[in-house]
Design a protein around this ligand. Structure first.
Ligand SMILES: [Zn+2]
Length: 562
C-alpha cells in the first residue's frame, strides 16, 4: 500500500497511519484498507501522521522561516533529510519536517546546538522543498553531498603497489624489484614466461627483448597469484579464463605509474606481459626530444593540422610510436573551445581536457552513433582496422571533423590501398585524407661508448644501397659490449623519424579520378625534394652520428634508393 506522501514509509507505519485515519473517521471502517488512501486527501493523511507522532501540522510554513537561520544551512543536507529550520530562541529551535521518522534533522541540530531543545512540527514535502529551493545554489555538489557518497577504498590500497619501498614479505620484494628495475631501465614491457624447467622475466627496452632473469620454479604460482591480487582478482580467476587483462598502479619514487597487465595460459603455465605506462615518457612534444623532426617535416605537419576537416593517418608497424606522435599532435590541437574525443583500446596517454573513451572492437558499432551525437570537433581513433572504424573516420571527416588515426601499413602511400582493401571506395578516402604519414623509431647509439669509423667498406655500401661517397663519410656504430650507461646494449633511447605525404586538393582530385596511383604520388612528393623520406631522415641521423646503419636497417627497408 502506498500513501503517496512523498516520504519513505515502511509497512508498519503505513498500517498505523491507516488505523489512525479509521479512528478519526469511523465511516472509513466500512471500506477495504487498500481503498482508504485513495479516498483520503494527502492533507488528511498528514493530519493522521501528526496525530500519530503528536506533532502539530502546519500546511504553510514559508512566513515563519527565519531567513538568516536558514541561510546558515546546507541546502543539500536539508534536501536529504527533508527538513528546514524555522526559528530559534535561547532555549529551543523549531524545525519543520516532512518525515517525522527521519532522524537527520534532530541529529544535525543537536550536534550544532547541543544546549537547545529541538521542537519539530510537521509540514508537507512540497512546502519544505519550496523553502529549500530559495537557498539552493547551482554551483555543483556541496561538500556534504560528496562526503555522503560511500566509496570502497579498500581497492585503492592494493592498487598503489610501492615498488621502491622495503617489503617485509620476500615475494612482494621480488615483484617490486621486477617492476622497479624495468621502470629504471625505461623498459616498455615486462615479460614473465614459464617454460619446461624455468620461470623467467625479461624487459623490452627500445624495442628489443633483453636478458632473461630466472625466478625459482617453486614461486611460479605465487608470483602469478600476487600479480592477480594487485588487480583485486582472486587466483581462481586464472582457471576460469584463458586470458586475463587488467591494470594496476605502482608507486615508483613517489610517482604513480600505470601498469597494463595481460596474462594468457600457456602449455607450461602462463605468459604475463606488463606494459609500463610511464607518463614521464608520454609528455612528448612535437619538435622536441624524440619527436624533434626536421624543420620541413614539422612545418608540413603544422600545416596539415590546421586544416579544419579531414583525416590524418599515421602508419607504421607495432611499436613505431604512432600513437605517441598523434597524442603530441592532440596536445597541440587541445583548445578549450574544441570538444576532443578519443576512441582507444586501451587508453594509454591521458590528456587534460580531452575525453578519452576506452572501447573494445566488439562495442564499436554500437558506440558510433552515440559517439557522433556527442558533438566532437576533433576525434582521435586508435586504429583503423575494419569497415566500422574506416567508415567512422570517413563519415566524421565528410561531416566536418578532424580525425587523427593510425593504420598498419609499411609505407605512407599504402594507406589509401589499405582503406580500399577494407572496403572504402577510392574517391571517398582520396577526398577526406589530408596527410598520409609513416613513422619509425630508430635506436640511438650510446653517446658514451659509440665507436667512430672513418667510412664504410665496399660491402657495406652495397648492402645498404648507398652512394660511393659513404666510403669516405665518417660514421659511428654501437659498441659491441656497450657500457654502464647503456646497460651493455650499445644503444640508449630512440628517436622518431616521420615521412609525410600531404594530399593537396590537386592530388586528391587526381587520386579520385585514378589518373595517379598512390605510389606515383609518393614519388612525386619525393621529387619535389622538400619533404624527406624515411630513408633520407634515417641516413641523416647516421651522418649526425646519432644512430648506426644496423639500427636503421632494422627499422626501414633499405633496399630502395629513395
Ligand atoms: Zn654505452
Amino acid at each position: 500500500m502506498n500513501l503517496e506522501l512523498g516520504i519513505p514509509l515502511n509497512d508498519t507505519i503505513t498500517e498505523a497511519i491507516v488505523d489512525r485515519l479509521i479512528e478519526c473517521d469511523p465511516s472509513l471502517a466500512d471500506r477495504s484498507r487498500e481503498d482508504i488512501p485513495r479516498t483520503c486527501t494527502s492533507n488528511r493523511m498528514l493530519a493522521a501522521v501528526g496525530s500519530l507522532t503528536s506533532m502539530p501540522l502546519f500546511l504553510k510554513i514559508k512566513d515563519f522561516v527565519d531567513r538568516s537561520l536558514l541561510e546558515e544551512c546546507d541546502a543539500s543536507l536539508l534536501n536529504r533529510g527533508m527538513f528546514v529550520p524555522l526559528s530559534r530562541d535561547q532555549n529551543q529551535i523549531f524545525l519543520a519536517v516532512a518525515n517525522p521518522w527521519d532522524p537527520t534533522a534532530e541529529d544535525t541540530f543537536s550536534q550544532q546546538y547541543p544546549d537547545l531543545e529541538v521542537t519539530k512540527i510537521l509540514a508537507p514535502v512540497a512546502e519544505i522543498t519550496s523553502v529549500i529551493e530559495t537557498i539552493a545554489r547551482t554551483t555543483g555538489p556541496s561538500q556534504s553531498d560528496i562526503d555522503a557518497i560511500e566509496v570502497d577504498e579498500r581497492g585503492e590500497e592494493i592498487l598503489d603497489f610501492n615498488v621502491t619501498g622495503k617489503h617485509e614479505e620476500p615475494l612482494a620484494q621480488l615483484v617490486a624489484k621486477i617492476c622497479s628495475d624495468g621502470i629504471k631501465q625505461r623498459a616498455s614491457d615486462i615479460h614473465i614466461k614459464c617454460d619446461k624447467e624455468r620461470v623467467h622475466y625479461s624487459y623490452r627496452i627500445d624495442g628489443d627483448m633483453g636478458e632473461k632473469y630466472e625466478i625459482p620454479m617453486k614461486l611460479k604460482d605465487r608470483v602469478d597469484a600476487f600479480l592477480l591480487n594487485l588487480m583485486g582478482l582472486a587466483p581462481e580467476e586464472r582457471a576460469k579464463r584463458p586470458g586475463i587483462s587488467g591494470r594496476f598502479t605502482v608507486n615508483y619514487l613517489r610517482r604513480s605509474i600505470d601498469m597494463r597487465f595481460e596474462r594468457h595460459r600457456t602449455y607450461r603455465g602462463y605468459h604475463v606481459t606488463m606494459r609500463i605506462l610511464d607518463k614521464s615518457h608520454f609528455e612528448a612534444k612535437l619538435g622536441v626530444g624524440s619527436l624533434a623532426f626536421d624543420a620541413a617535416t614539422l612545418f608540413e605537419l603544422e600545416k596539415v593540422m590546421a586544416i579544419p576537416a579531414g583525416i590524418i593517418v599515421m602508419s607504421g608497424p607495432t611499436g613505431s610510436g604512432k600513437s605517441t606522435t598523434l597524442n603530441a599532435m592532440l596536445r597541440e590541437l587541445n583548445r578549450p573551445e574544441d570538444n576532443i574525443l578519443t576512441l582507444e583500446n586501451p587508453v594509454e596517454d591521458e590528456i587534460q581536457g580531452v575525453l578519452h573513451c576506452d572501447i573494445r572492437p566488439s562495442e564499436f558499432q554500437a558506440m558510433i552513433a552515440s559517439f557522433m551525437r556527442s558533438d566532437p570537433d576533433i576525434i582521435l581513433m586508435g586504429e583503423v582496422r575494419d569497415m566500422d572504424s574506416a567508415e567512422l573516420a570517413i563519415e566524421a571527416a565528410i561531416t566536418g571533423h578532424k580525425v587523427l588515426t593510425t593504420i598498419h601499413t609499411p609505407r605512407a602511400s599504402q594507406i589509401i590501398e589499405r582503406f580500399e582493401q577494407i572496403g572504402i571506395e577510392r574517391w571517398k578516402i582520396a577526398q577526406t585524407l589530408k596527410a598520409a604519414c609513416a613513422q619509425r623509431l630508430i635506436k640511438i647509439v650510446c653517446p658514451y661508448c659509440k665507436i667512430k669509423k672513418p667510412g664504410l667498406t665496399e660491402r657495406e655500401v652495397r648492402k645498404y644501397n648507398l652512394g660511393e661517397e659513404w666510403r669516405e663519410t665518417p660514421v659511428f656504430q654501437k659498441s659491441p659490449d656497450g657500457c654502464g650507461e647503456c646497460g651493455g646494449r650499445g644503444y640508449l633511447g630512440r628517436t622518431a623519424i616521420l615521412e609525410i605525404i600531404p594530399i593537396t586538393p590537386e592530388w586528391s582530385d587526381q587520386l579520385s579520378k585514378g589518373t595517379i596511383s598512390p605510389y606515383e604520388l609518393e614519388l612525386a612528393v619525393r621529387e619535389q625534394g622538400i619533404l624527406p623520406s624515411l630513408r633520407k631522415s634515417g641516413l641523416q641521423l647516421v651522418k649526425e652520428g646519432r644512430t648506426d646503419l644496423e639500427a636503421l636497417r632494422k627499422a626501414i627497408d633499405m633496399s630502395s634508393t629513395e
